[in-house]
Design a protein around this ligand. Structure first.
Ligand code: SAH
Length: 393
């Protein structure tokens, strides 16, 4: 006898079912033929002939109505189920344990745990529950995390705007134990403070760890870190460069960067509060040259309509940075805009190089680190692109 009998059921169209078959976990409202007669939570999904397809998270108010959890329609989504799934995600991160104490333990759809993010900072966990369906599973998830990791605290950074589309409150709340305002992250021997309650994302930009290490190892001479935030790139670069200018439009962000430099006993960074566009233009005018440059701007394209303007912005800073490179100089450049796809990112760099008047070598393209898995059939899991460039002359 099937266990699905007394559980709420959603019936989906053939198009909805095909999405799952092609490896994407979302089914949109327009593909739900018969919605479940239940509140947000887990439901069994059938096709229109009554064939069970699996178990999903159900979000009654969202455009994304169903998110696939398990292809086994008899799966019971209890604490044990979450323990198994989270442990599988955690085991992929093993290689990071010798490099850092902070990583993304669960990257939502990328780890087959839709709308759930879990970041680990030392003994603490910061979670983001971004759908009504996952919110309904909160107690089991917190129970699973407590049992698996015995963390000193679990914080929910449920303050992202996407929660509103799900009919959920935006809030930052403690779910377990205690979580301090600041937690020290150790990343390849560089230490900096994450701010889990108030910092960007869940308190730090963990996704750039390997890129910081990459340019940090190669850095030399006179260096510039634009969009420095808390100085994470600058700290890595400062270990091998003679001198670093860390630039950001936010003075409070740079105060944190200066504290982080002190924490590492690093004294060859100066901090400049300025607009990166203006700064790059001015340095071009006065003929300054750098041996190492980092460009890690915020997402210029927040949505599709803003993409053309965003591309102009990316091209402008990249072209100017290329012009500022000394012969043999290195530029590490990144974009975290989901809408700027990998091909568009490369096109933008080509066009910047063409207009820079320099001969630019593409030394390396980087994607996401192992703790932010990008699944090929789920484009939404990928957003970060990076390139290491060298000016030949
Ligand atoms: N590189 C950082 C993350 C950068 S986040 C890291 O690895 O941790 C983006 C930063 O860009 C923010 O700190 C924001 O204050 C800054 N910023 C946004 N627009 C800017 C501009 N026009 N000029 C300079 N900084 C800007």
């Amino acid at each position: 006898m099937s266990l699905t009998q007394d559980r709420p059921v959603a019936v989906v169209s053939a198009r909805g079912a095909r999405r799952w078959e092609s490896g994407h976990p979302w089914i949109f409202r327009s593909d739900v033929a018969v919605p479940p007669k239940s509140d947000a939570g887990t439901v069994v999904v059938h096709d229109q002939r009554g064939r069970p397809l699996g178990v999903a998270l159900w979000s009654p108010r969202s455009e994304i109505s169903l998110r696939l959890l398990d292809r086994d329609p008899d799966a019971i989504i209890d604490r044990t189920w979450w323990i198994t799934r989270i442990r599988a995600a955690e085991s992929r991160r093993k290689p990071l344990e010798s490099q850092t104490n902070a990583w993304r333990m669960v990257h939502g759809e990328g780890d087959a745990l839709p709308s759930l993010v879990i970041d680990r900072y030392g003994d603490y966990l910061v979670v983001q529950l971004s759908s009504a369906g996952i919110e309904a599973c909160r107690a089991d998830i917190v129970g699973a995390l407590a049992e698996l990791f015995n963390p000193a605290g679990i914080l929910a950074r449920n303050d992202a705007g996407s929660r509103e589309r799900e009919g959920l409150e935006r809030e930052t709340i403690l779910l377990h134990g205690d979580v301090p305002q600041e937690i020290e992250v150790d990343e390849y021997g560089v230490r900096y403070l994450a701010a889990p309650w108030t910092g960007q994302k869940t308190g730090a930009f963990l996704d750039q760890r390997e890129n910081r290490h990459l340019i940090g190892e190669l850095a030399r001479g006179k260096a510039l870190d634009c969009f420095s935030y808390h100085g994470s790139f600058a700290l890595h670069v400062a270990r091998n460069a003679d001198h670093v200018t860390a630039l950001d439009a936010s003075a409070p962000a740079l105060e944190r960067a200066a504290e982080n430099a002190e924490r590492n006993g690093i004294s060859n960074i100066d901090f400049v509060t300025a607009d990166a566009f203006d700064f790059l233009r001015d340095r071009e005018r006065d003929g300054t040259r750098y041996d190492t440059i980092v460009l890690d701007p915020p997402a210029f394209a927040k949505n599709k309509p803003s993409l053309p303007g965003a591309i102009r912005g990316y091209k402008d800073i990249n072209m100017r940075a290329m012009r500022l490179l000394a012969p043999g100089g290195l530029l590490f450049t990144a974009s975290c805009s989901f809408h700027l796809t990998k091909p568009l990112f490369l096109d933008m760099l080509r066009s910047a190089a063409a207009d820079s008047g320099r001969r630019i070598i593409l030394r390396e393209l980087t994607g996401q680190p192992i703790d932010h898995p990008e699944v090929l059939t789920i484009p939404e899991t990928g957003y970060l692109k990076g390139a290491l460039l060298e000016a030949e002359n």
